[in-house]
Design a protein around this ligand. Structure first.
Ligand code: ADP
Ligand code: ASP
Ligand code: MG
Length: 404
């Protein structure tokens, strides 16, 4: 069998853990499998590298940022190769350039376009355990790109798809996918399985156990994923196409603090204003999430929306530069907000789910600033300081701790 395994940063944080993971990899190899391993940067390395950059410039060039933060993964694969070799087994480390892992040119949030498999296959033919840097890619100019925070998951799933691997195992520091972040909601329950669609929503809404794009790729190429712990042998969670016929009303709760809200105030109440505003942001590759427009009054209206916090600075700058053209009287923002969401494939056919969620917020005394719904999710925007309380209240309201 060809198996792709991915180990996250905490799983390789120190020498002891590196050897622990090395032994697990060797176990799989000794069973006669071809093994390709994707690693993240050790522990908090990526955060530390970002902090180093910020000592120099709070808004450094994205190209140089990628050059810097991609180094963490290279350290991990080299150290892991050494550990495996030290234990007497053959291993080779490769970075994105050596593999030929091509992305588009969007620095710091690049998308994989094509992965060459020849080098990896040649190394597997030589009976090597192959260690590949997660998170990084190269663009058509041979510059290094990165796939966005948590991007190593995406590297692993994309590699599994490209190599037509039999299995893709994501090893992390929790036993699997839970009904909510187990660090926030103490009685969160581990799910045996979850559908691609629900996992994709949870991941996109802040459950950082998997990078959302990794789930997108898994669904597209039908890569069955297992999320499990690198520290024990517990069974883990399978992410796959369809689970139960009877869809779960709510399968999980997610919180996301990487949110900022911008309000463009007093815009002329004429056609085309929303178009102008959002096409301006789109042109600069700034994604917008929840949008709320007030009804026109006295010939003007307000448009509020949310962006990733990392995009706040750029978005504000753009809007201020174009304030006159947008006919905005004022631009205000807040970065002390968070988004809390519920996800469930059964929601679409069950009225009253939204009301139940809002009741939980009311009972907890938490004010809702904005709401957004779709067939499979409901999100509310609240003050950041209430994130954990809100997640617990909602988890309790839908009795997610109890198995059904
Ligand atoms: P890694 O370094 O292995 O990639 P991450 O820190 O990126 O690990 O992701 C694992 C973390 O995701 C867990 O420690 C947990 O706190 C968090 N998490 C958030 N939501 C969930 C969830 N629904 N189920 C499991 N873990 C979750
Ligand atoms: N090291 C990168 C990060 O911290 C990628 C990853 O961990 O998946 O975001
Ligand atoms: Mg991760």
């Amino acid at each position: 069998m060809l198996i792709v395994q991915k180990f996250g940063g905490s799983s390789v944080a120190n020498v002891e853990r590196v050897f622990n993971v090395a032994k697990r990899i060797i176990e799989t190899y000794k069973q006669g499998n071809d093994v390709v391993v994707v690693l993240s940067a050790q522990g908090d390395t990526t955060d530390e590298l970002i902090a180093k950059a910020h000592e120099i410039d709070l808004h450094p060039s994205r190209r140089e940022m990628d050059m810097l933060i991609s180094t963490g993964e290279q350290i991990s694969v080299a150290l892991m190769a050494m550990a495996i070799q030290k234990l007497g087994y053959p291993a080779v480390s490769l970075n994105a350039f050596q593999v030929g892992m091509y992305t588009n040119t969007t620095h710091s949030n690049a998308r994989l376009k094509k992965i060459h498999t020849e080098r990896i296959e040649a190394e597997l033919d030589r009976k090597n355990i192959v260690l590949v840097t997660g998170f990084q890619g190269i663009n058509k100019f041979d510059d290094i790109t990165t796939l966005g925070r948590s991007g190593s998951d995406t590297t692993a799933v994309a590699l599994a798809a490209a190599l037509k691997a039999d299995k893709c195992e994501i090893y992390t520091d929790v036993d699997g996918v839970y009904t909510a972040d187990p660090r926030v909601v103490k009685d969160a329950r581990k799910l045996k399985e979850i559908s691609y669609d629900e996992m994709l929503e949870l991941a996109s809404l802040g459950a950082k156990v998997l990078h959302n794009r990794s789930v997108e790729i898994a669904k597209k190429y039908n890569v069955e994923l297992v999320v499990r712990s690198s520290l024990n042998n517990a069974e883990g969670t399978v992410v796959k196409e369809v689970c139960n016929m009877e869809k779960m009303l709510v399968s999980g709760v997610a919180g996301d603090k990487n949110v900022a809200r911008i309000s463009v105030i007093g815009v002329e109440d004429t056609p085309g204003k929303a178009f102008e505003l959002f096409s301006l942001l789109a042109k600069h590759k700034i994604s917008v999430d929840i949008i709320l427009q007030s009804i026109g009054r006295d010939g003007t209206k307000d448009i509020s929306f949310t962006v990733d916090r990392d995009d706040l600075h750029d978005a504000l700058k753009l809007i201020k530069e174009n304030q006159e053209r947008l006919t905005a009287k004022d631009v205000v923002y807040s970065d002390k907000i968070a988004k809390v969401s519920i996800v469930g494939a059964g929601m679409a056919t069950n009225p009253g789910v939204a009301a139940m969620m809002f009741e939980a917020m009311y009972n907890a005394g938490i004010n809702i600033h904005m709401i957004s719904t779709s067939e499979v999710k409901i999100s509310v925007l609240i003050d950041e300081k209430y994130t954990e309380d809100a997640m617990n209240a909602i988890h309790e309201q839908f009795r997610l701790a109890i198995e059904r």
